[in-house]
Design a protein around this ligand. Structure first.
Ligand SMILES: Nc1nc2c(ncn2[C@@H]2O[C@H](COP(=O)(O)OP(=O)(O)OP(=O)(O)O)[C@@H](O)[C@H]2O)c(=O)[nH]1
Ligand SMILES: [Mg+2]
Length: 418
C-alpha cells in the first residue's frame, strides 16, 4: 500500500494571488460545480443543500427551467443564448446549444474563473447540455482550472438519436477534461424497482450522484488524521491521456459490523457504473469512522481496496474520525484511468459493435468472482434494453407528459418541433 507523504506539504495553491480567504488564514481550495441544461440543473439542486464551501451554478438556455433549478439562493443562475433560443431551450438541438454557448464565451469564463476544480455536471442527450458542455469545459480550462465532467447518458428507451447526441458531446468535451464520470440513466434500474415512476427514478439517480460527489468534496475540505487534500486529488485527476480519462466516483456508508470485505465490495460495485476500477491507474479513498473504529478496521479496509485494484495503481489513502460516526463507516473513493476501452469503443462509431472488454487485471482474487458475476448480470440486463421497463416507461412518460403539460412540459421529453 502506497503511503501518503504529508510532511512539508504546502496548503493547496497557497501561493496564488488575488483570492479571498473566506475560511481563515490559509487559502482554501476553490471548487465550482456547474450544472448545464435541465438535468444538470436538477442534479445540482440536490447536491447544493449539503455542501457548504462549494460554489454552485446552473446554466441553461431555458429560462423557466433555470428559474426552477436556482430557487435555492446558493445556486448562481447563468442564462445564455437568450437571443437565439428566445429563452425557451434548444428543443434537443445541440448545434443551437453549442452556438448559444460560443456566443457567451466571455460570460462563461467570468462565471467559471478563479477555481481550482470545475465540476461540470450534465445529463446528456438534449440540446443545451450536450451542445454547451465542451464550450464550458474549454472556458474552465482556459481559466487554469482542472475540469472534471460528470455526465449521464439517456435511457435506452429515449432512442438512438439522443444517445448519439450524448456520445458526440463527450467526444467533443474530452480534450478539455482531466477526468469524466459517465453514468447511463438505465443503470438506475439496478437500484429502484421497475415499477418506480420515471420522475422518482430520476430523482433517485440524481440523489445518488449527489451523494457520490459529496463524499469527494468533503474529503477535500475536511481535515483528517491522515489528510487528503487538493494536491492529492490533483495527482489522481491529472495526467490521464485520451481513453484513460474515465473516473469512478463512489461514496458508501456501511455498518462496521458488515466487515471490511463487504464494505469495500459495496464501494467498488456501485450499481450506477458501466465500468469497474479493475484497471484504474490512480485510486484515492478516504475512510471516515467514529471513535470506535480501530486501526485493524482501517487497515483491512485499505487492504481490501488494494486487493481489488490493479497492483500498478497509485493509491492514496486518507483517514478521518468523527464523533457522530458510531458503528458507522463511510468510504469516499475516486479512481481514475478506468475503463481503458470505453472512450474508443463505447464512444466510437455507434454503428460498430462494441468489442468485448478484456479484464486487464492479471490476477483476480477468488473473492472477486461474485462481483464480476454481478457486473456480468448487469451487462446482460443493459444489453436487453429493458424491454419491460421500456414499455412501462413509455406509458409513464405519456402520463407524466399529460400531467405536466398542464403547466409545463419537461424539457427533456420535448420534441424538436414542439
Ligand atoms: N439523471 C438525470 N437525467 C435527466 C434528468 N432530466 C433529464 N435527464 C436526461 O437528460 C437528457 C437531456 O435532457 P435535458 O437535460 O432536459 O436537456 P437539455 O440539456 O436541457 O437540452 P434541451 O432541453 O434540449 O435544450 C434526457 O434525455 C434525459 O435522459 C434528471 O433530472 N436526471
Ligand atoms: Mg432543457
Amino acid at each position: 500500500m502506497t503511503k501518503k507523504k504529508t510532511a512539508g506539504k504546502k496548503p493547496a495553491l497557497e501561493k496564488k494571488k488575488n483570492n479571498s480567504f473566506d475560511e481563515g488564514p490559509l487559502r482554501e481550495v476553490k471548487i465550482r460545480v456547474v450544472g448545464i441544461g435541465g438535468g444538470g440543473g436538477s442534479i445540482i439542486s440536490g447536491v447544493s443543500s449539503s455542501l457548504k464551501k462549494v460554489l454552485f451554478a446552473t446554466a441553461n438556455t431555458d429560462s423557466r427551467a433555470l428559474y426552477d433549478a436556482t430557487k435555492n439562493k446558493k445556486i448562481k443562475s447563468f442564462h445564455f443564448g437568450e437571443e437565439i433560443t428566445g429563452g425557451l431551450g434548444t428543443g434537443m438541438d445541440p448545434q443551437l446549444g453549442k452556438q448559444a454557448a460560443s456566443e457567451s464565451m466571455e460570460g462563461i469564463k467570468e462565471l467559471l474563473g478563479g477555481q481550482d476544480i470545475t465540476v461540470i455536471v450534465s445529463s446528456l442527450g438534449g440540446g443545451t447540455g450536450s451542445g454547451a458542455v465542451s464550450t464550458f469545459a474549454s472556458a474552465a480550462r482556459q481559466t487554469g482550472s482542472m475540469v472534471y465532467g460528470i455526465f449521464t447518458l439517456p435511457f435506452s428507451f429515449e432512442g438512438e438519436k439522443k444517445m448519439s447526441i450524448a456520445k458526440e458531446a463527450i467526444r467533443e468535451c474530452a480534450p478539455y477534461l482531466s477526468a469524466a464520470t459517465i453514468l447511463p440513466n438505465d443503470r438506475i434500474f439496478n437500484v429502484v424497482n421497475k415499477n418506480t415512476p420515471l420522475k422518482e427514478a430520476l430523482s433517485k439517480m440524481n440523489e445518488m450522484l449527489a451523494f457520490n460527489l459529496e463524499g469527494l468534496v468533503e474529503t477535500i475540505y475536511e481535515t483528517g488524521l491522515i489528510n487528503i487534500d487538493f494536491a492529492d486529488v490533483r495527482t489522481v485527476l491529472s495526467g490521464k491521456q485520451g481513453s484513460r480519462k474515465l473516473a469512478y466516483l463512489s461514496t458508501v456508508e456501511a455498518s462496521l459490523q458488515d466487515g471490511a470485505e463487504e464494505i469495500v465490495k459495496k464501494a467498488l460495485s456501485n450499481p450506477l457504473y458501466p465500468y469497474t476500477v479493475d484497471d484504474a491507474s490512480g485510486v484515492l479513498f478516504n475512510i471516515t469512522g467514529g471513535n470506535d473504529i480501530g486501526l485493524a478496521d482501517f487497515s483491512s479496509i485499505s487492504e481490501n481496496i488494494s486487493k481489488y485494484t490493479s497492483s500498478k495503481a497509485k493509491i492514496i489513502v486518507g483517514i478521518t474520525q468523527k464523533k457522530n460516526y458510531k458503528e458507522k463507516v463511510r468510504i469516499a473513493l475516486l479512481a481514475t484511468g478506468c475503463g481503458a476501452d470505453f472512450f474508443s469503443e463505447e464512444l466510437g462509431d455507434s454503428k460498430k459493435p462494441a468489442k468485448k472488454k478484456k479484464p486487464s487485471r492479471k490476477k483476480k482474487p477468488k473473492e472477486d468472482k461474485e462481483l464480476v458475476k454481478e457486473n456480468k448480470k448487469e451487462e446482460v440486463q443493459e444489453k436487453s434494453g429493458f424491454p419491460e421497463v421500456k414499455s412501462r416507461l413509455e406509458m409513464e412518460e405519456k402520463d407524466i407528459l399529460e400531467e405536466e403539460s398542464k403547466w409545463e412540459k419537461p424539457s427533456f421529453l420535448r420534441g424538436k418541433d414542439e
